[in-house]
Design a protein around this ligand. Sequence first.
Ligand SMILES: C[S@@+](CC[C@H](N)C(=O)[O-])C[C@H]1O[C@@H](n2cnc3c(N)ncnc32)[C@H](O)[C@@H]1O
Length: 310
Amino acid sequence: MAVNSAELSQIVDGLSGDVKKISPKYFYDERGSQLFDEITRLPEYYLTGAELAIMRDNIDEICTLVGKRASLIEFGSGSSLKTRVLLEHLSELAAYVPVDISKQHLYAAGAQIRDEFPHIDVQPVVADFTQPFQLPSPAVMPVRNIVYFPGSTIGNFEYDAAIELLRVMHHEAGEDGALLIGVDLQKDPALIERAYNDSAGVTAEFNLNMLRHLNRDYGANFDVTEFAHSANYDQDNGRVVIELISKAKQTFAVGNTEFELADGEAILTEYSHKYTLDGFAAMAGQAGFRVAKVWMDAERLFSVQYCVRL
Ligand SMILES: C[S@@+](CC[C@H](N)C(=O)[O-])C[C@H]1O[C@@H](n2cnc3c(N)ncnc32)[C@H](O)[C@@H]1O
């Protein structure tokens, strides 16, 4: 497989700063997507259960807000698990457009959705949504575009990048469109930390799999056995910091560039920001959105928010 030189330079740049980091988008090769699906089924990972419950409990109101003949554009669709609640209840959907970077997984999920919902025009798009990409034109003219962004994937972006991405969604929603987004909330730090340090070690495997992905597709030579998973909640910044910690002094290469790591030094692989309702509303406002409706689960662990143009 030919190495994508723009992505290679992005990886090398990320590892060349004072804090070594790799973008979380590199978690998602085929195995990474399967491991993420396993994470969503873990007892400690409260996010998926809470978000699904919110969707199911409020689906009638959500459908009324979305209206008829919308085009549903999902960013980072993965296995489209929560989307099925929408697809089962929305009437006369113009199209469902799942967008994801993980190609094989997206196509498999798209094929399954087509089987389950043969009346829906399903148009998967393989793209990195942080870069410009083209959306297809549905055969049926939609009344409006609804951008769907579940899973609190927004939390993987730092403040400015999150606003930038919300602006892209604002543009894709268009004049009469809206954003339906899953947003994880600040809560007991112990509960948050448990979600990213599961007892079965699936999250650790997911984190380490990023190195295998880079070895296979980007000419890296990480010794995966020399790294350990770490996830800690930084309460001051309201985010989980997920890292790979070097178990020894070591060197590794990505392409032709060599790097050194001290014993105990970290590579940052992901942030997972947790929000207050006011904090998210302020961020959405910066991108031109007003939060029109918030739904939460009974324990107020998670929120689904409906955002319209300001
Ligand atoms: C945290 S998972 C959420 C999956 C699913 N939406 C859910 O709620 O269970 C993030 C998803 O976004 C995709 N993804 C991550 N970064 C991406 C990027 N830059 N462009 C496109 N897809 C991306 C991943 O492949 C993965 O399917």
